[in-house]
Design a binder for this molecule. Structure first.
Ligand code: BGC
Length: 447
């Protein structure tokens, strides 16, 4: 087995997101998000489940953080719920009042982390858009850029002394493509034009938030988290290679290229005819300098040319073992992807902000969960990080997805990604074997 070696200062973290774990949907003055509404749409979410209670993390964050700290984690990546901070925000009336309860919750969560010697990594937007903003078109309309900037400014003003690392957006690919094109995520829209506009507005909102952040004088690093889809070509045929590049351009380059100052890729603007609603100055704002890149990686797919497909590519079957999500375990794909990112990003530090494995976990009678496959998956992906760091690629930290089993979006509670098992009936937490794997790894390598 390949040796796992990590340098001093490497950050070991665990991650969650507000809608997936907090619950307390009707407390603290929180307003509705697009996910509350999507969950009520018949057939949208597995078994009609919702985020009303989730892991009750809103009430249990202290014990959850205590468990993270006990396991040795050094950082917690959580997300801030926009509808908790600005519950009265509307496109016409501006931000409305800042919620004292909402701010107090995240301040006290950060205090708890600091008291335990852990750092706070806050994602400003992990998909829970206030429904009042979606009612006017959400990410498909340009007003959302001002709205996001105003919300981010409130986060910086109210939490800037507490947060150690800022992430503007989590996986804009999912917000735009799954939310507005495929319709499998909230707001559940199927409209390519809206999705293309959402891509640009997400990119611009990110840039505007970074620019606003630079004006605050705060010193904590700020970056963005992508889930780059970097499919491989199923064969060596030229048409399939081109299909793989097209897939990457549509799903990934449209986010990464503009932020790295390369503009929108020609494959989508010239060949596919995507028309992003770019105004003067937008591309400079999107390319505001960032301090790190967050990478969420789970899998890689082979793709082939398909003349009948909308964008002329189609995912092909593969041979690797799959998780409970049906996702192939492809650590080689992680390596390919990180090398590609490192070649593009000019040395901007990378953080793995999510990586993990869904499994049909069940505690044994003594309450232990023997999640061997998750440990193997993690070990193989960490081996990639270890190897690339030795080669000089700047990977600065790794956050396990997820700390807790939680609301897995359209799959409801049916998919378990946690390194800690959650019994939803009692809200009791059971560390899985993978939690102890991390404990030992951090004890041996974490400085
Ligand atoms: C998201 C998480 C999600 C995980 C597993 C990522 O796409 O950021 O919210 O639970 O992957 O699907």
């Amino acid at each position: 087995m390949e040796k796992l070696e990590f340098p001093d200062g490497f950050v070991w973290g665990a991650a969650t997101a507000s809608f997936q774990v907090e619950g307390a949907a009707h407390e603290g003055g929180r307003s509705e998000s697009i996910w509350d509404v999507f969950c009520r749409r018949p057939g949208a979410v597995y078994a009609g489940e919702n985020g009303d209670v989730a892991c009750d993390h809103y009430h249990r964050y202290k014990e959850d953080i205590a468990l993270m700290a006990e396991l040795g984690f050094q950082s917690y990546r959580f997300s801030i719920a926009w509808p908790r901070i600005l519950p009265g925000m509307t496109p016409d009336a501006g931000t409305g009042a800042v919620s004292k309860e909402g701010v107090a919750y995240y301040r006290s969560l950060c205090e708890e982390l600091h008291a335990r010697g852990m750092s706070a990594t806050a994602t400003i937007y992990h998909w829970d858009l206030p429904q009042a903003l979606q009612d006017r078109g959400g990410w498909a309309e340009r007003f959302i850029v001002d709205a996001f900037e105003a919300y981010a400014q409130v986060c910086f003003a109210e939490l800037g002394d507490m947060v150690d690392r800022w992430i503007t957006l989590n996986e804009p690919y999912c917000s735009a493509w799954l939310g507005y094109d495929e319709g499998v995520h909230a707001p559940g829209i199927r409209d390519l034009d809206q999705a293309v506009r959402a891509v640009h507005h997400l990119n611009l909102a990110h840039g505007r938030a970074v620019r606003a952040y630079r004006q605050t004088g705060l010193a904590a690093p700020i970056g963005i988290t992508w889930n780059p889809q970097t499919p491989r070509s199923a064969t060596a045929r030229e048409a399939d290679r081109k299909a793989a590049l097209t897939a990457r351009a549509v799903e990934t380059d449209v986010f990464i290229y503009p932020v790295l100052g390369r503009g929108y890729p020609e494959i989508v603007t010239k060949e596919l005819g995507f028309s992003f609603p770019v105004k003067d100055g937008d591309m400079d704002i999107i390319a505001e300098k960032i301090d790190f890149i967050g990478v969420n990686y789970y899998t890689e797919n082979p793709v082939a040319f398909d003349p009948a497909a909308r964008f002329k590519y189609r995912v092909q079957p593969s041979w690797e073992d799959v998780s409970a999500m049906g996702w192939y375990t492809v650590p080689e794909g992680f390596e390919r992807q990180l090398r590609w990112l490192a070649s593009l990003s000019g040395g901007i530090p990378l953080f793995i902000t999510e990586n993990g494995y869904a499994r049909d976990d069940r505690p044994d009678p003594s309450g232990r969960v023997h999640d061997r496959e998750r440990i193997d998956y993690t070990r193989r992906h960490l081996a990639v990080c270890s190897r690339l760091i030795r080669e000089g690629i700047a990977i600065k930290g790794y956050y396990a997805w997820s700390f807790l089993d939680n609301f897995e979006w359209a799959y409801g509670y049916s998919k378990r990604f946690g390194i800690v098992y959650v019994d939803y009936a009692t809200q009791k937490r059971y560390p899985k074997d993978s939690a102890y794997f991390f404990r030992d790894l951090i004890a041996l390598t974490g400085a």
